[in-house]
Every structure is written in C-alpha cells, then in structure tokens.
Design a binder for this molecule. Structure first.
Ligand code: C2E
Ligand code: CA
Ligand code: CA
Ligand code: CA
Length: 280
C-alpha cells in the first residue's frame, strides 16, 4: 500500500540522514585531530632475509583519539579520501616521516629507508605534491633516497592520468617508488620497467597461502625472478610464520615484513631497537 511505501521511504531516509550526520561528525573530528596533533606515525621494521638486520621501515598512521584510544587507518583513511581531508593528512604524514627519517639519519650516520603510503587522491593534477616532497627532504638535509613512496598498482595504471609523469619526476629526483599490495592489481611487466619502480611489495594474501598452496609459491617465485631481472627489490608483506620465512629464504626474497619479526611500533621504541647512535 501507499502508506507502507511511504514508511519504508522514511525509514531509509532516516538511516541515510543518520549516516550523513555520523560522517560529518567524524570529518569534524579529523579536522580537530589535525589541529590538535592527535595523529601519530608508527613504524614497522622491514628485515633483510636473515630476519635480523633492519634497513627499512614503513610508516603507518594511527589516531590517538582522546576518548576512543588508538584507531587504525582503515577506520578513517577511506572517509578522509572521500572528503578531501586525505590531502591534509598526507601532508602531515610526509612532514612527520621526513622529520623522523632525518633524526635517525643524523643520529646514526646511516640511512634507514622510510616508506610512506600515498593515496592517489592526495596527488594534485599540477604535481605540486612532488615539489613538496623534494623541498621537505632538502629542508632537512636528508638524502632523498632515504624516502620511499608506496602506491598501489592501480594508482599507476591509467596512462591518461598525470600520475605517471609525476612518478617519473619523483624518481628522477631520487625518491624511491614502491608498489604496494603487488599481485592483486593489474600491472604488467612493461609498466614496471617504464615507471622506474624501485621496490615491489608482495601482497600478504600470497605470502599467507604459500604453505598450503603450491600456486601461491609459484606466483611468489615468479615475482621474485622477474623483479631480480628488472633490478627491483622485493619485500614480502605479512610474514607470520617460520614456515613462510623458510620458503622465502629458499626463493631468495630480498626483504621481509610481518608480525613474525615485529609489529608496527611507536617511533621511540623503533629508535631504541633499530637505530644505533654514532659513538663520539
Ligand atoms: P598497507 O600499506 O598494506 O600496510 C600493511 C598493513 O598490514 C598495516 O596495517 C600493518 O600493520 C599490517 N601488517 C603488517 N604485518 C602484518 C602481518 O604479519 N600480519 C597481518 N595480518 N598484518 C600485518 P595498518 O597499519 O592497519 O594499515 C592499514 C592500511 O592503511 C595500510 O595497508 C595502508 O593502505 C593504509 N595506511 C596506513 N598508513 C597510511 C598513511 O599514512 N597514509 C595513507 N594514505 N594510507 C595509510
Ligand atoms: Ca604499504
Ligand atoms: Ca630510484
Ligand atoms: Ca601492503
């Protein structure tokens, strides 16, 4: 009946309105968080194949919320991407990560390569963001190959987009480029070569299934073989078991990241565990 239809309409519009209010509330909170320094970067070490030496780290954002405690990126990054706030978050992450990398560099006299996740939605068409990266490194006196920008495959695939050209400019200026979650998207060998990729990060889903699924091993082996021909470094993501570690050793993967070795941790803890101060 008519009245039933109307009720249903009202019911849904009520929910949609609630969601809109909830969204607006969270966005407002993100603005406050940026102003009041509630975001923090955690760092997860990336190990050499031996699982002992650490020469890289991935910066992963967290929200230290005054009421709700520590909130992971999956709970606010997607929303920030939809509403343009990702640009402000991205700027904050860039400055903080470069600041931390520079501090480690001056403390130890050695490069700890720091990678930063970048959403395609934070790249402007004019490419000002590339200059921001270069300037920020220069300002800290940091060798630019200390920094790595992680993007997913699909970010790079559209030849019409200005992103490919911007990536070239980054890499021409010494900043490294990593492809995140490699294997789940659509990149081809040709792209890898043309785009001057430095690092491939094999998606956790393949690593996870290596022990039970021959075809996952075959795939990981193929990626590692291809990458070594292209002189691209390979990081295995999400290594959780010694069995996976052993397989990756047999396959001569370059680098390992995962809970088996270390979880993401606050900067202070990373410094204590993995940065060796210069002795005077
Ligand atoms: P990602 O770039 O693929 O990062 C790896 C995620 O896997 C991290 O989750 C990390 O904590 C988790 N991880 C690492 N080792 C293991 C493991 O052995 N097992 C399992 N199950 N998980 C592992 P996190 O920190 O929650 O980040 C989630 C995603 O949020 C990231 O995925 C990245 O896409 C995004 N993200 C994080 N920080 C930033 C940022 O600063 N900017 C942007 N745009 N995105 C970010
Ligand atoms: Ca990543
Ligand atoms: Ca390079
Ligand atoms: Ca990843």
């Amino acid at each position: 009946s008519k009245s039933k239809g109307r009720n249903r309409y009202e019911f849904f519009s009520y929910i949609i309105e609630e969601q809109a209010i909830e969204k607006r509330r969270i966005l407002e909170e993100i603005r406050v968080a940026l102003n009041e320094d509630q975001f923090v970067l955690y760092y997860q070490p990336i190990f050499d194949l031996d699982g002992i030496n650490v020469s890289k780290a991935e910066a992963l954002i967290r929200w230290q919320h005054p009421q709700h405690g520590l909130i992971g990126p999956n709970e606010f990054i997607p929303m920030a991407e939809q509403n343009g706030l990702i640009e402000d978050i991205g700027n904050w992450v860039r400055e903080q990560a470069i600041h931390d990398a520079a501090q480690w560099y001056y403390m130890s006299g050695q490069i700890m390569q720091v990678s930063v996740n970048c959403s395609p939605l934070q790249f402007d068409r004019a490419g000002q963001w590339v200059d921001d990266w270069i300037l920020a490194c220069n300002k800290q006196g940091l060798p630019r190959d200390t920094m790595v920008i992680e993007v997913t495959e699909n970010t790079l695939m559209d030849p019409e987009s200005p992103i490919q050209q911007q990536m070239h400019r980054l890499s021409h200026n010494g900043i490294d480029i990593a492809i995140d979650d490699f294997g789940v998207g659509y990149s081809s060998l040709a792209y890898l070569q043309r785009l001057d990729i430095d690092i491939l990060k094999i998606d956790r889903s393949f690593i996870q299934h290596m022990e039970t699924n021959e075809s996952s091993i075959a795939l990981v082996r193929a990626i590692i073989t291809m990458a070594s021909h292209l002189k691209v470094q390979v990081v295995a993501e999400g290594v959780e078991t010694t069995g996976q570690h052993q397989i990756l050793q047999q396959l001569s993967c370059d680098y390992l990241q995962g809970y088996l070795f270390a979880k993401p941790m606050p900067k202070e803890q990373f410094t204590e565990l993995y940065i060796t101060p210069l002795t005077s």
